[in-house]
Design a protein. Structure first.
Length: 736
């Protein structure tokens, strides 16, 4: 096994140190995470050494060989943090007695440990494993106790063999523990048959890690097993780019090129996937042959069928006099609705499903409030939801009615791994209003429509000109373009909104016009600014200056709670990763710190959840603050709104610093102020809908930083990269 490396605080790599010794006692061990604290009588050390590690099981008397590094725990002093640890049976009489007496082997305690050592000495392990009948020679050990000792010994031996096997094939300690927890005693057999099962079954282990293990196990790079896993991996990667499917020829070429597999082998792997129904082949537009992962193919076809069926027929208030209802609600709201809004209310009263779209300042919120007032007056049950916690909170505040995230509304069941509400257990309600629909991907849209009762009305609200969802599909656009449900597009900017340069410039950008920046006396009253910085490094410094000093001083906004940096990409000097490092140094330079997965987390940091975690009830895109770092328990606590959520240190790959986030990740959220670095180094991603989305995230202040050339490129590039999906066509077909 090659020696691991340890990240230094400066970011350079240094050889890991080694430590070996006898385990005196186990201070702490977590069955759930494998986190372990040991006291070790180590070679070259006079006093007992505290060792922290991740392990399936370690017992007193065992000999450990660890690689890692020293660190100073503020509460517990100097500790050796083991990145890798190998456990060996003890070979001294003292160690063997301590090991057997630790309670590890059911049927042997300190009393019988002494008797066994007295009877068999250092040969006791061989006697237990190979000559267990001789245990009957020891006074007090009968057949029942002998059988229990033998069974417990075999179980411990299996654990040891599994962990040793995993370590010898390059698996880190933390991942080895996850694998053992998932597969138990069959781990070695499972991995030898198909190491790529790791990528399918174990969170945090992807294809590339499984591929390295497969190589160590001797699986050829051109093997059918590898090619089949590679096709699945490529399709999963493509879903992260927004695709629901991919053209057959391009998929074969991409997989073969990226992973050095002959194209004919990849082609056979695709055929095999289709024959096993893991993959589905469909005819796409323009004569293309598309390949789907089976789950996405089903989600797309079933969503189309269910939505088309839901949209048929009359809504629950179809018999209501629309003109009387309009007059009544205008009186209650003390305002006159615009013609577009009045038409939308009429459609909402008649239809079973409808879509409301439009940019900022065009009255979507007022329209939703009007619809809700009418339905509530008729004693119908109204349900509001949105994709993210921030969007749900904003919807609740603007509509004056409680709103939930879609995930919480559907109620995930950890026992089954599915939502509790579905076609067999529909949601209770008569009108479902879903906000920020541009960011709903195909699987979530499918789950939501499945759980909508057939007799209810569904109103989808969103800005179709924003970026599409982070996940696969262009659901809102496809629904609108299919024509299956009536769509109202609001275009009139209301007077109060027209006074905001944010709203005016958002519409200019959407129309392909450059934003206007204030000059002269008007600049002091504006809510939209541009700070020039042609050099990327200079632009990064300007971002830090604006967030830390200029904006808080001028506009009295808090750097943590009110200001959000939005950037097109993760990498580069103006990417989220580098900006997070700079902003953390500037805003939160001190405090309890932990380093994991190449990132530094500190008490007080702003962080974002990167994936849905139903056990913790936190979801992709949720932003919180680190409330505490608990070194002893090897976990930290994050405050999300009014909830404290614990994270084991091994789970920190679920979090990322969030002083700066990508524009994609900001969808569904609004912030008092956004600072948006834009530079030609972002060239590949510069698109009109990207800039439009970033600008519309700011409520009180928007500051663009960088080059006007980059802004011009983004405004002028209307085409966004096409996503492969056939939802629109399937909707039309389902509607007949």
């Amino acid at each position: 096994m090659s020696a691991p490396v340890e990240q230094t605080r400066a970011g350079a790599t240094a050889p890991a140190e080694e430590l070996a010794g006898l385990v005196e006692r186990v201070t702490f061990h977590s069955e759930d995470t494998g986190f372990t604290v040991l006291k070790v009588k180590a070679r070259g050390h006079r006093d007992l050494v505290a060792v922290v590690a991740t392990a399936a099981e370690i017992n007193p008397g065992e000999w450990i060989e660890a690689r890692g590094g020293w660190r100073m725990d503020p509460q517990h002093g100097r500790q050796f943090e083991a990145r890798e640890i190998v456990v060996r049976p003890p070979d001294s009489l003292e160690g063997i007695e301590r090991y057997l007496g630790s309670g590890l082997i059911h049927g042997i305690g300190p009393h019988y440990a002494k008797k066994l050592i007295a009877a068999f000495g250092k040969n006791v392990f061989d006697v237990i494993e190979k000559q267990s009948a001789r245990l009957l020679e020891v006074e007090g050990i009968g057949r029942q106790r002998r059988d229990a000792i033998r069974a417990a010994w075999q179980q411990q031996k299996a654990v040891r063999e599994i962990m040793t096997f995993l370590f010898s094939h390059g698996v880190s300690t933390a991942r080895a523990f996850r694998i053992y927890k998932a597969y138990g005693d069959s781990a070695i057999e499972r991995l030898r048959l198909d190491p790529y099962c790791l990528a399918r079954d174990i969170r945090g282990i992807g294809f590339l890690t499984a591929d390295r293990i497969a190589e160590r196990l001797g699986i050829r790079r051109d093997s059918e097993l590898r090619a089949r896993a590679a096709v699945d991996y490529q399709l999963l990667q493509l879903t992260e780019e927004g695709h629901c499917a991919y053209p057959l020829g391009e998929l074969i070429e991409r997989t073969a090129s990226a992973l050095d597999i002959p194209e004919n082998v990849v082609q056979d792997a695709v055929r095999h996937g289709i024959s096993e129904r893991r993959l589905v082949q469909r005819a796409g537009p323009e004569g293309q042959t598309l390949i789907y992962l089976a789950a996405l193919d089903y989600a797309e076809s079933d969503l189309a069928r269910r939505f088309a069926r839901l949209a048929r027929g009359a809504g629950p208030l179809a018999g209501v006099d629309a003109e009387k209802a309009l007059a009544w609600v205008e009186e209650r709201l003390r305002m006159t609705l615009a013609p577009e809004q009045r038409e939308a209310v009429r459609r909402a009263l008649a239809a079973k499903a409808m879509i409301i779209t439009g940019g900022p300042g065009v009255g979507k919120t007022t329209l939703v409030r009007a619809i809700l007032r009418i339905f509530a007056a008729k004693k119908l049950r109204v349900v509001l939801c949105a994709p993210t916690g921030r969007a749900a909170k904003r919807l609740s505040e603007s509509a004056g009615h409680p709103a939930k995230t879609i995930h919480r509304l559907l109620a995930f069941d950890a026992r089954t791994g599915e939502f509790r509400h579905n076609e067999k257990n529909p949601l209770p309600g008569d009108l479902f209003v879903v906000d920020e629909c541009s960011m709903i991907d195909l699987p979530l849209a499918h789950d939501l429509v499945k759980a909508t009762p057939p007799e209810a009305e569904l109103v989808l609200v969103g800005d179709v000109d924003q970026l599409p969802s982070v996940g696969p599909g262009c659901v809102l656009r496809d629904l609108i373009e299919s024509g299956v449900a009536p769509t109202v597009r609001l275009t009139q900017i209301f007077r109060q909104a027209a006074e905001s340069r944010i709203v005016v410039n958002a519409h200019r950008i959407n129309e392909g016009l450059p934003p206007e920046f204030p000059e002269g006396p008007a600049a002091s009253e504006s809510d939209f600014y541009f700070v020039s910085a042609e050099d990327p490094a200079a632009a990064a410094r300007q971002v830090v200056r604006l967030v830390k000093e200029a904006i808080p001083r001028r506009f009295r906004l808090d750097p943590f709670n009110d200001i959000q940096v939005l950037t097109p990409m993760q990498r580069g000097e103006l990417g989220a990763r580098n900006l997070n490092v700079l902003l953390q140094q500037a805003l939160n330079p001190e405090g309890a710190t932990v380093e994991r997965f190449g990132q530094r987390f500190r008490r007080g940091d702003k962080v974002m959840q990167l994936q849905n975690d139903y056990d913790k009830d936190v979801f992709n895109g949720d932003i919180g603050r680190i409330a505490a770092v608990h070194e002893e328990e090897r976990r930290l606590t994050v405050r999300f709104d009014d909830r404290l959520v614990p994270y084991d240190f091994q789970e920190l790959d679920e979090l990322a610093p969030a002083y700066a986030i990508t524009i994609h990740k900001s969808q569904g959220s609004e912030y008092p102020c956004v600072v948006v670095p834009l530079h030609t180094q972002h060239y590949i991603l510069l698109q009109r809908n990207l800039l439009y989305t970033a600008v519309t995230r700011g409520r009180r202040l928007v500051v663009l930083v960088g080059s006007k050339k980059a802004i011009s490129i983004a405004v002028g590039r209307a085409e966004s990269r096409a996503r492969y999906t056939t939802l629109r066509e399937r909707l039309r077909e389902a509607a007949g």
